[in-house]
Design a protein around this ligand. Structure first.
Ligand SMILES: NC(=O)c1ccc[n+]([C@@H]2O[C@H](COP(=O)([O-])OP(=O)(O)OC[C@H]3O[C@@H](n4cnc5c(N)ncnc54)[C@H](OP(=O)(O)O)[C@@H]3O)[C@@H](O)[C@H]2O)c1
Length: 207
């Protein structure tokens, strides 16, 4: 599969590495332009390329967005239209400034700014080092760590779940962008708490 990456920092680069290992092609982008990613893509090998943000969005059937949330308005709406967008962003007011989400989950809010996209919130609950080190492709799902996902489009969630399995984690669905989205936000019961599927199901049942 072709996967676009917008934001190639800790989380974007780590996910790109895992997608490549699973056999996918990735286009990485950042705010400074492709030239600044030259060394990174050389190291990642022939399945990686560096592009503009717009071209990464156009390239991917799935596009992972891993930028500071405050940059959400700069995401390329036109090129993202029709795509599955994985929203890995978290809201930290000290970094992102005050944003009024009008009672919505941050991913619902982002989705409203990206009409025609199928947004799935995922890759946001796990620290990038855990993501990079604790993947276990080839082992039974129940023995792997969970990557949570939320969204309103069943097909998009299925695609993202498959990706999660391919890179060595266990997908667990937390619900819609409104309900599940909030369940995955910073400070929640599943945020930055590495757990296996059985524990994840127990925790979600208490919410
Ligand atoms: N770090 C984690 O463990 C972790 C885990 C889960 C979720 N997250 C979330 O994932 C997001 C990224 O976190 P991170 O730790 O990976 O951050 P990071 O290392 O600071 O990387 C941020 C990336 O976003 C790019 N970027 C910033 N503004 C942009 C814009 N307007 N257009 C395109 N690219 C832009 C940066 O490009 P330049 O370098 O060129 O500016 C950089 O490549 C955040 O929302 C964070 O809360 C982080």
């Amino acid at each position: 599969m072709k996967i676009g990456i917008i934001g190639s920092g800790y989380i974007g680069e780590t996910a790109a590495r895992l997608f490549i290992k699973a056999g996918h092609e990735v286009a990485l982008s950042n705010s400074r332009g492709p030239e600044s990613l030259k060394d990174k893509v050389r190291e990642l090998g022939p399945q990686a390329r560096a592009t503009s943000v717009e071209d990464a969005a156009a390239f991917g059937e799935v596009v992972l967005v891993a930028v500071p949330l405050k940059a959400y308005e700069q995401l390329p709406r036109a090129q993202l239209s029709g795509k599955i967008v994985i929203d890995a962003m978290n809201y930290y007011p000290q970094r992102d400034g005050e944003i009024d989400f009008q009672g919505k989950s941050t991913s619902e809010f982002v989705a409203r700014h990206l009409p025609g996209t199928r947004v799935v919130k995922a890759f946001n609950t796990m620290w990038f080092k855990t993501l990079g080190q604790d993947c276990k492709p080839g082992t039974p799902l129940e023995e792997r760590l969970v990557l949570f996902l939320a969204g309103d489009d069943a097909g998009a969630k299925q695609t993202v779940s498959q990706l999660i399995e391919q890179i060595g984690f266990a997908p667990v669905d937390t619900g819609s962008l409104a309900v599940g989205g909030k369940r995955q936000q910073p400070g929640s019961a599943v945020y930055n708490r590495p757990m296996r599927p059985a524990q994840a199901r127990e925790v979600l049942a208490t919410l």
